[in-house]
Design a protein. Structure first.
Length: 123
């Protein structure tokens, strides 16, 4: 997956839960370097905040991570991409995203969606 646009976002949903978490210290994906990456269940949205530069007396804005899977394609959430892939592979379509993250020394980020049992790679 290619990761594109990073947008500020407000989390104002009473049925959300922060899931998974990784502190990304690689420069392989520059937009996420030195950021804390986490997911929201059940929406399948990914977010990031600074791992190092917390402003005095406040919180760094939470930013949304949207993915682009092909040149010219629209940016979408992790869950939207997972659902598209599930459908294309003839699998049951995931209705939620319960994500877990891990980063490799080479700078890739693995994302497991427990809802469909699939591991995906952000590169």
């Amino acid at each position: 997956m290619e990761w594109g646009q990073l947008d500020p976002v407000l989390l104002a949903n009473n049925s959300s839960a922060a899931v998974g978490l990784v502190v990304y210290r690689s420069a392989t994906i520059p937009l996420l370097a030195n950021r804390i990456l986490f997911g929201d269940m059940p929406s399948g949205e990914m977010f990031h905040v600074s791992a190092d530069d917390v402003p005095k007396g406040g919180q760094d804005p939470i930013r949304r991570v949207l993915s682009v899977t092909a040149p010219g394609a629209a940016a979408r959430s992790f869950l939207a991409i997972a659902q598209e892939k599930n459908k294309a592979q003839g699998q049951e379509v995931a209705q939620r995203a319960d994500m877990r993250f891990d980063a490799t020394p080479s700078g890739h980020i693995f994302v497991l969606n427990k809802a469909d049992g699939t591991i995906r790679v952000i590169e």
